[in-house]
Design a protein around this ligand. Sequence first.
Ligand code: ADE
Length: 254
Amino acid sequence: MNFHIMTLFPEMVTQGLETSILGRATEKKLITVDSVNIRDYTADLRHRKVDDYTYGGGAGMLMQAQPVYDCWKAVEARIHEKTTSPEKTRVIYVTPQGQVFNQHMAENFSKEEDLIFLCGHYEGVDERVLEEIVTDYVSIGDYVLTGGELPAMVMIDAISRLVPGVLNNDASAETESFHEDLLEYPQYSRPEEWMGRKVPDVLLSGDHAKVDAWRLEQSVERTRLRRPDLYEKWLAAHPPKPEKRKRRRKKESE
Ligand code: ADE
């Protein structure tokens, strides 16, 4: 999978993504990260300016349409050199005004061969170029950061780990948090007792069916307590069987 990041700070993104699991994934050519400096596409060769005041007044500067558009055209051309598909590559504009990113969106984006991220700075980007090139407006949460690089890195991390081979054990993507709208169950490693706290007996029993049942129960309970919004979604998709209904109702009233 190939990530193309349009940014004013390319080194921030490349350095941030070259370590640990993603660094290894890049070495193995499972992913590529291509950071492109928008400033290299400015028509203002003298001052290399990419921003200007906003029409109508107001504080701060705005990224201008021309350098962003020319940068995108260069990225698109590079992508099309190596594919025969006529389809336009998805362009994600990272912005607090976007749809809030989640695991389902990460799964959906991970199916693409190429993805382009546009990182804004200053007060944002001229609306006309956004209308022209952006396919997805995505936020990482209801707070405002100084630029789009960190949100792009967050999304690239979450998407990359779903690319086959990036995680050593593909099974872990199926048991982890948010799979089927549930949080992950608690986990334990050696020793069996630490500071007077014991590993639950069932995990030492060797009975895999019992372990699976215990883990599912823990996932459901943890989700109910910590993320009632997710629990409601899970419940809607998994209505309790009649005999379990009474038990679940009792728990919920506790
Ligand atoms: N740019 C600034 N803040 C952001 C956020 N919360 N999500 C995505 N992009 C942003």
